[in-house]
Design a binder for this molecule. Structure first.
Ligand code: NAD
Length: 366
């Protein structure tokens, strides 16, 4: 197959790094890479050429390849000159943008959405959401440590001792667990909460204290995703969070609900009770935020409490994020293709059936 790799429009990561180009070429594919695609993640055009790619302009990439790979889907009008049988791999987020997907349904076009890969063991090596969430959790803690006007670790000095920072993590999934591990390594006291019962043991194994709110709905049939909680649960959770938030130096929120707005875990009334100088990093900002005052891609200063709504923190670790993204896609492609390197489109396969959102120009209803 002729594989095309594009430069992302608004961010520093790239979907495929030179190392993966080398592997794709080794499997018999040819790779066309848009000029400058890897510059912001520190892979030069020279690196791509050395790996066996042809580096060329965007138009040529889009109009000549069988498979187009990007992180963010490109605008449908850019596909006018694409081959009719083109297959695309990107983060289409059909749950968050169902209408947008219709625009990709054209000719014999096929599209795999990376966020639709199911959370099953054999798909773990293909799971870009987990790779990126883990980086975001790590970076969120570093960002918070930079912003707060105090130390993270406890310090004993000749002038007296400094207490450790108190970090509260809401949502102990992939990002939350990495945030706990990072905050612990920096010496903070860490507490965390989640609605999934399995999270308790994971939090404790990383040295965090688990905050339990009784009566959470833990739906094991939701494929590893959390479900909406009852009004009563939400009230009790908010009361507990408010009590903890008053004492916290840092709150990192990561709670997401698939295909729905993120749950509000920190209302404005709780932020009003927080100390000036404390920081909230809201990793759910792009889906509405866990803090009522969050604004996507903005930092809000509310009476001295800074609320950071940067929901693409993985892009700040552009080199490693691109490397993991690229490896995930390579594993995904290997799974989807046969020995000749052609797509199998095997709808009996759970991963294909879930991730393939457009087939032969028709939007599939998965
Ligand atoms: P996510 O990004 O959907 O949500 C983040 C966390 O927020 C989750 O732990 C969720 O339970 C929690 N949350 C949701 N609503 C909440 C609320 N009201 N209050 C507190 N917490 C709330 O989830 P994620 O981080 O991608 O993953 C969640 C789980 O799925 C993890 O256990 C992870 O290991 C598992 N997982 C498995 C695979 C796989 O097997 N391939 C892949 C990815 C994730």
């Amino acid at each position: 197959m002729k594989v095309g790799i594009l430069k992302e429009a608004n961010e520093a990561r790239v979907s495929i790094i030179p190392d993966t180009v080398k592997k794709l070429v080794g499997l018999g594919h040819s790779c066309l890479v848009e000029t400058g695609a890897g510059l912001e993640s520190f892979s030069s055009d020279k690196d791509y050429k050395a790996a066996g790619a042809v580096v060329t302009d965007r138009k040529e990439v889009i109009s000549t390849v069988d498979l187009l790979i990007s992180i963010t889907p490109i605008a449908p009008n850019e596909l006018k000159n694409a081959l009719s049988h083109l297959t695309q791999i990107a983060l289409f987020e059909p749950f968050n943008a169902p209408d947008r997907i219709k625009n990709y349904a054209q000719a014999q076009h096929n599209a795999f959405s990376l966020d639709m890969i199911p959370r099953i063991t054999i798909a773990q090596s293909m799971d870009v959401l987990s790779s990126m969430a883990s980086i975001a959790g790590y970076k969120a803690v570093l960002l918070a440590a930079n912003l707060i006007p105090s130390y993270f670790p406890m310090l004993s000095t000749a002038a007296g001792s400094i207490p450790p920072a108190k970090v509260l993590i809401l949502g102990a999934g992939v990002a939350g667990l990495q945030a706990i591990a990072t905050a612990k390594r920096l010496g903070a006291v860490v507490e965390a909460s989640d609605v999934r019962a399995a999270a308790k043991e994971e939090v404790m194994s990383l040295g965090g204290k688990f905050i339990e709110v009784e009566g959470a709905t833990d739906d094991k049939g939701a494929g590893g995703y959390a479900v909406e909680q009852s009004e009563d649960f939400k009230k009790r959770q908010q009361a507990l969070v408010q009590a903890k938030a008053k004492k916290a130096d840092v709150i990192i929120t990561t709670a997401q609900l698939r295909g729905r707005p993120a749950p509000t875990l920190i209302p404005a009334s709780t932020v009003n009770e927080m100390r000036a100088g404390s920081v909230i990093i809201d990793l759910a900002a792009s889906t509405g935020g866990n803090c009522e005052l969050s604004k996507d891609n903005e930092t809000v200063n509310h009476n001295g409490v800074r609320i950071v709504g940067n929901s693409n923190l993985a892009a700040l670790v552009s080199s490693d994020a691109s490397s993991l993204f690229s490896r995930n896609i390579f594993n995904f492609l290997k799974h989807l293709t046969d020995k000749e390197g052609q797509f199998k489109f095997d709808m009996e396969d759970k991963i294909t059936a879930s991730a393939l959102i457009v087939k032969d120009g028709k939007v599939l209803g998965n």
